[in-house]
Design a protein. Structure first.
Length: 182
């Protein structure tokens, strides 16, 4: 009943939860499936570090919001500032949630578990999309140009840190003891 009362943009954000989860999950193995093609290391995990795994949400979220805006911008008036603010909010919260949830469960259970990693990804996307929905519904939005700058900074950070990771635990693949591209 509540779902029916949502605007189309709001429904798109909610529909994104399972779809983004499936697409993000598929991105997990993209680097290995492409015979470790360096181009895919930019958008997919190139090792088993938590930093590399946070890449799984970036491209799907950006594309999810961009495609909807491109498809609907002529049909109806979508406030680009509000829509892009929702996108950036989802992106940042999803990335940060991956780190927080991973380290919480790792600390609580003392280890790394596939089921917990999958649940971590789902929780991160869920939290990101729910915050995006709230921001889209209640917020005024930030300038699209500023959102573009922040998004570009995030993308550049991931690009640079893929090839030049600092030697701190966030970037370490503990399964093989390396930093950076495996």
């Amino acid at each position: 009943m509540i779902y029916k009362s949502l605007a189309n943009e709001e429904k798109w954000i909610i529909k994104g939860i399972p779809i983004l989860f499936i697409i993000s999950s598929a991105i997990h193995s993209l680097y290995n499936l492409t015979s470790k093609c360096i181009l895919f290391a930019i958008i997919a995990p190139s090792n088993e570090s938590i930093w590399e795994h946070s890449k799984m949400v970036i491209l799907p979220i950006i594309l999810w919001y961009s495609l909807y805006y491109i498809a609907k911008r002529k049909d109806k008036k979508i406030d680009i500032n509000k829509w892009s603010t929702a996108m950036l909010s989802s992106l940042i919260i999803s990335i940060v949630s991956i780190f927080i949830v991973f380290y919480l469960y790792f600390g609580m259970f003392g280890g790394h578990y596939l089921w917990a990693d999958i649940l971590t990804l789902f929780i991160a996307i869920l939290l990101g999309q729910l915050l995006a929905l709230h921001i889209y519904r209640k917020g005024k939005g930030i300038s699209f140009k500023l959102i573009l700058v922040f998004t570009t900074i995030i993308l550049l950070a991931y690009l640079i840190l893929t090839f030049f990771p600092p030697h701190i635990p966030l970037f370490k693949d503990f399964s093989i003891g390396i930093y950076g591209i495996a």
